[in-house]
Design a protein around this ligand. Structure first.
Ligand code: AMP
Length: 190
């Protein structure tokens, strides 16, 4: 089983590259942001809690996110593994993901860090906001999300380095070149 964590700041291209990885390797895609947006669209209690936090650029509490992830993992059938997009975002989530995979006799194969300069992230997210109307892609919320990323999520780089899973990918440039680098990183771990 191939379990890939795609990692990076908001706007680093995780969703875009995940779609290509899914197609090439036959993986299931779990995007926790997509799961939360579906809950918001369905008007559930979870969606209401999530919306207030997302619109303010904050993370959803770990216990809640871990429960959502576990349910999603249990619902999967078939495929060659999973790409985790937007999860883990905290060290507690990374530890829990490791436990969940170990319980299934599996492990994270690789953590791919898409590195993109901050001014480029802001540019991309503002453009995405104009095109998609995503409520959290406005300048004020983006700034908050980048601070949350730096404080709570970026420490996962070292955590995964310690696990021997971290792969650095230059996420700034041509989409095809970035994807080639990703494929090389994954294939070197197969
Ligand atoms: P994304 O689509 O991955 O950028 O996620 C959008 C928003 O959903 C984030 O800014 C968080 O508020 C929330 N979110 C998504 N995934 C997580 C997670 N693993 N932990 C906490 N909050 C999350």
């Amino acid at each position: 089983m191939l379990n890939i964590v795609i990692f990076g700041a908001p706007g680093s291209g995780k969703g875009t590259q995940s779609a290509r990885i899914v197609e090439k390797y036959g993986l299931n895609h779990i995007s926790t942001g997509d799961v939360l947006r579906a809950e918001i669209a369905a008007g559930t209690e979870l969606g209401k809690t999530a919306k207030a936090l997302i619109d303010n650029g904050q993370l959803i509490p770990d216990e809640l996110m871990i429960g959502i992830l576990a349910a999603k993992l249990d619902s999967l059938a078939g495929g060659n593994g999973v790409i985790f997009d937007g999860f883990p975002r905290t060290i507690a989530q990374a530890e829990e993901l490791k436990k969940m995979l170990v319980a299934r006799g599996q492990d994270v194969t690789a953590m791919l860090e898409l590195d993109v300069p901050e001014d480029e992230l802001m540019d991309r997210l503002l453009k995405r906001g104009q095109a998609s109307g995503r409520a959290d892609d406005n300048e004020e919320t983006i700034k908050k999300r980048l601070v949350v990323y730096a404080e709570q999520t970026a420490p996962l780089k070292d955590w995964y380095k310690n696990e021997g899973k971290h792969c650095y990918i230059n996420g700034f440039g041509e989409l095809d070149r970035i994807f080639e680098d990703i494929v090389a990183a994954i294939d070197s771990r197969l």
